[in-house]
Design a protein around this ligand. Structure first.
Ligand code: AMP
Length: 191
């Protein structure tokens, strides 16, 4: 089984490239942002709690998102592989993910960073905000908070994967097709 952690700051193109990878290789795309936005819309008390956090650009507690990831993986037992997009986002989520996959007799194959400068990230997210209804994409202060949260809580996870020799990087700037081509060059060795 193949399991990819697609990694990068908000706006780095993880969702778009996950879609491309899924289409080409037939893996299952697990976007924790999408799972949370679906729960947010549901109007439950949990949905309300999630809304407050997402709309401010802060992270949802580990326990909440881990439960969702676990259910998603269990509900897709026959998958050829998973693309983890937006997860893990904290060191404890990274450790938890390894344990959860070990219990399922599988593991992370590689972590792939989509590297994009902060200036470019902000531009892209603001543009996305104009085209979608995501409150967290529309406000510059919230975008800055999301990037800050990424740098503080999420970026350090790269060291965790480096220690396991699972860290790979592609330049996330430039044309989508070219970025995807570079991604495929790396993935070829694993799939
Ligand atoms: P995304 O669509 O990946 O940019 O995620 C949107 C928002 O969902 C983030 O800004 C967080 O508030 C929340 N979120 C997504 N994934 C996680 C995660 N793994 N841990 C905590 N919060 C998350």
């Amino acid at each position: 089984m193949f399991n990819l952690v697609i990694f990068g700051a908000p706006g780095s193109g993880k969702g778009t490239q996950s879609g491309n990878i899924t289409e080409k290789y037939g893996f299952i795309h697990l976007s924790t942002g999408d799972l949370l936005r679906a729960e947010k819309k549901s109007g439950t008390a949990l949905g309300e709690q999630i809304k407050t956090l997402i709309d401010a650009g802060n992270l949802v507690p580990d326990e909440i998102i881990q439960e969702m990831v676990k259910n998603f993986v269990h509900n897709n037992k026959n998958a050829k592989g998973f693309i983890f997009d937006g997860f893990p986002r904290t060191s404890s989520q990274a450790v938890w993910l390894d344990q959860m996959l070990e219990e399922a007799n599988t593991k992370i194959s590689l972590m792939l960073l989509l590297d994009v400068s902060e200036e470019e990230l902000k531009k892209r997210i603001l543009l996305r905000g104009e085209q979608s209804s995501r409150a967290d994409d529309a406000n510059e202060k919230i975008i800055e908070n999301r990037i800050k949260v990424y740098n503080k809580q999420t970026a350090p996870i790269m060291d965790y994967y480096k220690e396991q020799n699972k860290y790979y990087r592609v330049d996330g700037k430039g044309k989508l097709d070219k970025v995807f081509e570079n991604i495929c060059t790396i993935l070829q060795a694993f799939v």
